[in-house]
Write a protein that binds this ligand. Sequence first.
Ligand code: ZN
Length: 306
Amino acid sequence: MTRTMINLEVMSKRGVLDDDDRKLLDKERNGWNGERLVGEVLQKVLDGRWFTSNILLEHDQNYIQLDHVIITRQRVIILEVKNHRHDYEVRSGKWYFQNGREVSNPLNQLERAKSILAHWLQRRKIYLQVHGYIVWTGDSHIFGLQPDDAIIKMTKLARIANELQVSDELFPQLHEVFLTDQLKTNPFYHHRAAGQLKNGFNCPSCYCLSLNGRKQQMKCIDCRTTFSISEVIYTNMIYYCSVHNVHEFSIRCLAEFFGDYFTVRTLQLYIRSYIEAQRLIKINRTTYRLPETIDTMIKEHLLSNN
Ligand SMILES: [Zn+2]
């Protein structure tokens, strides 16, 4: 899931999206569904280990975003997920929509990602072969593919993952290198102004503004999930920063975003607990900032819950 998708989900429940944003949200959801499906297969086949997802790297000002990376004994394998609804036709290495319009060849993007990742690893004195596949998750068709084109259907993914020789020795270290050396801020992110938003709390699971309850727990009347109040406030604090593209905030602005559900005094109690747990940093009596970049906060806090 991308920050753009989270923002649009939050904003769609707090106001009205224009047509472009609605289309973008649809596209983001579609992409996320594909990535999630692949993640679920990897989780099952690879026992939840030996792979890492959603990694953003930079090498000599070339940026790549990797959906999934599998680490085996001799190689690193990139899985680039495509969840497209259109059929494609491939002729002499060029890709076309059915209406004849040419589109960029995803295999070229994959080659570029492989090359950048190989250089990125070499700079860290890691000499592993880099392989890659496009995982085609939608039910659309590609006509004219060659047998050795690196595109696999979902149905083949489990078998391929099963045959990999994963390695206990390599994984923890390399995984660590990916996590520590990945970019903390996404250079591909393009911020959209939030406009006028309804106040309230977005459900951390379905984003609806339909949470109820005031004592320790809140329950979403749409998706029926229960959350601790502390979790709801913290998550919505990240939503606030993300949709407004701010890293610091005053308690007054946060209280406006939430509406009059809790008193400022109650909010202050929760904020104090986050500061004590080092999940938030105090700037002065009324201003606070996130301990990490918004992208890192989303990745570590919001995505780890899903
Ligand atoms: Zn919900």
